[in-house]
Design a binder for this molecule. Sequence first.
Ligand code: TMP
Length: 200
Amino acid sequence: MEGPDGSGKTTQIELLKKYLEDKGYDIVITREPGGTAISEAIRAIILNKDYQEMSHMTELLLYASARSQLVNQVIKPALAEGKAVICDRFVESSAVYQGIGRGLGVSTVYEVNNYALGEVKPKLTIFMDLDAEEGIKRKENQTELDRMEMEDLSFHKRVVEGYRQLAQLYPERIFQVDATLPIEQIHSMIVEEVEKRFFS
Ligand code: TMP
């Protein structure tokens, strides 16, 4: 599940989890960066707003390190046990935030992340599409912003544009949903897509 901050990823993940559980699946949910003790420790470094001097490449490598640990410690074992895994952010977040937002290039991001992912690839990416301004507005009541949220509007606009470009380039693996629609309607659209891709 991908999209800018404030796009409603968590709500949709919970609804999808319930839907798949009702179908009899065991579901594991992950969030990035995080999801293991090591990955959470890396998250604390990445998002610490005191570390303004962090280079873009360090940031990319830290996200990839956190992901590598999550893949090996949580995702691979879950898949091996026949569980379904729903990820709150995965490699496409790095593609757009570091590759496009930071300007490191999407191909560099995929190259680095190949080491983190190995053979683990998402079967479907759902992109919750929301204008950067709206995402920021939805987060306005939050008292403390982390290092990424402190970035200016132009950064967040590049991120959203990046997601839109990727969704256009790879429609076969990225499903784009209008995140301004009512929650239940978005859920129905996601269910329809999941049914089409996995159960028909
Ligand atoms: P969260 O707020 O969804 O927990 O994510 C933390 C922040 O990290 C969010 O602003 C998006 C950003 N991020 C990246 O820049 N690259 C990544 O690879 C991931 C997973 C998140």
